[in-house]
Design a protein around this ligand. Structure first.
Ligand SMILES: *Cc1c(COP(=O)(O)O)cnc(C)c1O
Length: 364
């Protein structure tokens, strides 16, 4: 197949992030770059203090509240800096120097969160799956009563594990949900703080969703830089400074799409179906195998390897002929990773499993 033929064909995008969004979102976003809502202005040149944009921000925040079923106690913010900035902003706001916070160590991203938290107080790593290269979610562990909060990473994007049960704890719960937010039903109100870089399941890169219960704020003694204090962002309706206007707008388009599709309930059903189909083929196909414990398999990031490492590159080449893109594994875990975020259709998973079957025929 020639390169032009390849680029013309339908793509099945399994990228881990930034990742696939619905086609209709791209079309509406593209139109708004040229003329936002018949204003004669591009969304890119629209001021954030205009009525046009404040409406976008308000609707986006309200839709997050609605889709997550949040109660009146929870505030929704769109911030800058990615989930990685939350690794420091969370302990800066919640943890005093001599206090302790509990962290679950389930992969690269939790490791980074732990490293940052240590700058602000004592960190107790209450469980870790490092002993088996993060191939499972720890089950039995205790959280000290005096821990200010327990931090978990609900879905481990790189290793492909996911917390199926959110741990029971009387401590404040904090979660990095970057790679599975809005993909399944959870009792979101049980969390004191949730954060997510939006580029996996909500929108394009450039903004970070934070959901926070203000009652857990304002308790640390340290002086907080203005931009780091969540309370300032809450007070200003997430417009303390110029927000990432375009990123928030594209999030809004995707949130509207999500609602139209039936919300989180519908996504959970579709995501379960997609993951079951792909894992079934991994388990059936003699050329491949999964990398993590079955019970803890992620429905968002499906990690697997070729049993014979010599098959790895030929399979990636084979996938290109099907328009499959973005399935090369993370450099730390190797093999393959297929990310099945909300916008990825069941038919794309069918194409991937078909490619796995035809690869088996080719190799046997
Ligand atoms: C991608 C990812 C991050 C990093 O997000 P940035 O927005 O790039 O900082 C953090 N945590 C998890 C679970 C991720 O998947």
């Amino acid at each position: 197949m020639s390169l032009t033929e390849l680029s013309a064909m339908t793509k099945h995008n399994f990228n881990a992030g930034p990742s696939i969004l619905p086609r209709t979102v791209f079309e509406q976003a593209a139109a708004a770059v040229l003329d936002y809502n018949h204003t004669g202005l591009s969304i890119l040149e629209t001021g954030h203090r205009t009525a046009a944009f404040t409406e976008i921000m308000e609707e986006a925040r309200a839709l997050v509240k609605e889709l997550m079923g949040l109660d009146e106690d929870h505030e929704v913010l769109f911030l800058h800096g990615g989930a990685s900035t939350q690794f420091m902003q969370v302990p800066m706001n919640l943890l005093d120097n001599k206090e302790c916070a509990a962290y679950a160590d389930t992969g690269v991203w939790s490791g980074k969160a732990i490293k940052e938290a240590k700058l602000f107080g004592n960190v107790e790593v209450v469980c870790s799956s490092k002993d088996r290269n993060y191939a499972y979610i720890p089950k039995d562990f205790a959280v000290p009563n005096d821990a200010k909060y327990l931090h978990i990473t609900t879905n481990n994007t790189i290793y492909g594990t996911q917390w199926k049960q959110i741990p029971h704890t009387s401590n404040v719960l904090v979660a990095d949900m970057s790679s599975d937010i809005l993909s399944r039903r959870l009792k979101f109100n049980q969390f004191g703080l949730i954060y997510a870089g939006v580029q996996k399941n909500i929108g394009p890169a450039g903004t970070t969703l934070v959901v926070v219960n203000p009652r857990i704020l304002g308790k640390v003694k340290r002086a907080l830089p203005t931009m780091m204090d969540y309370r300032n962002h809450i007070r200003e309706g997430s417009m303390l400074n110029t927000p990432p206007v375009f990123a928030v707008y594209v999030c809004l388009l995707n949130l509207r799409w999500l609602k139209q599709m039936g919300g989180v309930d519908a996504m959970e059903k579709l995501n379960a179906e997609k993951a079951a189909m792909l894992y079934a083929e991994i388990d059936r196909n003699p050329l491949f195998q999964g990398q993590v414990d079955q019970a803890d398999r992620s429905q968002m990031n499906v990690c697997f390897v070729a049993k014979d490492p010599a098959h790895e590159q030929p399979f990636l080449d084979h996938c290109r002929e099907y328009g499959i893109t973005g399935i090369k594994g993370h450099r730390l875990s190797g093999g393959f990773r297929a990310s099945l975020y909300n916008a990825l259709s069941l038919s794309s998973v069918e194409v991937l499993t078909e490619a796995m079957r035809s690869f088996e025929e080719k190799m046997m």
